[in-house]
Design a protein around this ligand. Sequence first.
Ligand SMILES: NC(=O)c1ccc[n+]([C@@H]2O[C@H](COP(=O)([O-])OP(=O)(O)OC[C@H]3O[C@@H](n4cnc5c(N)ncnc54)[C@H](O)[C@@H]3O)[C@@H](O)[C@H]2O)c1
Length: 215
Amino acid sequence: MSAESGIKTFRDADGLWEGHDVMEVATPEGFARNPELVLDFYNQRRRQLFEVEPNAAHKALAALEDHFDVSIITQNVDDLHERAGSSNIIHLHGELLKARSSYNDTDIFDWKNDITLKDRCKKGHQIRPHIVWFGEAVPMIEPAALLCEKADILMIIGTSMQVYPAAGLMHFAKPETPIYYIDPKPAITHSKHVTVIAENATTGLPKAIELIQTI
Ligand SMILES: NC(=O)c1ccc[n+]([C@@H]2O[C@H](COP(=O)([O-])OP(=O)(O)OC[C@H]3O[C@@H](n4cnc5c(N)ncnc54)[C@H](O)[C@@H]3O)[C@@H](O)[C@H]2O)c1
């Protein structure tokens, strides 16, 4: 979704995220080994947010609310859906503009600046980015699965479907629910209820929207 806004995807080049091994910057072990590097990595990602804008695909999903009851489940940690004007957003993997106590997962607060090793929560614990790292629980997966179960239409946009449990969400949809999957390098193939649109989000989404208006 955010690639065309200039944000690199998770495994954009050779399995690296912005030049880093994901195990180095997206695991609790990586944070324990080198907290400065991990904080700096997310500080850079957070600063980048102030330089990017929602693209036509974010805006098209927000506009879809004029005609449909839309809920967004995103793996993205940016705020581009919010800025495009979408109302119901579940961030499965956390948010760059939030921080939390590294001692208590539920002590979460807004955070716009860099996080340093000097930053403490009110109880005196080191704070960390509010990001779900590999090996950590995904607390928002249950409400996300319920939404997929209830959905009349499911759209999947821009994912290589490698990260679980997110990749399993489509299986919560009712068997007859039409699914539209938009990705220039799709990880699943066309089937009875799955329409694959092998394009970028900004060009593929208008096509999917045209198709759902004829259902
Ligand atoms: N904790 C985190 O920060 C975190 C964790 C997981 C995923 N993410 C983000 O969630 C998104 C999906 O996660 P993933 O694990 O599938 O990432 P991934 O990097 O494995 O896959 C990205 C997918 O996006 C597709 N893509 C590239 N450009 C596109 C475009 N213009 N329009 C539509 N699709 C495009 C690629 O073909 C690929 O299938 C990524 O953007 C990733 O950055 C963030």
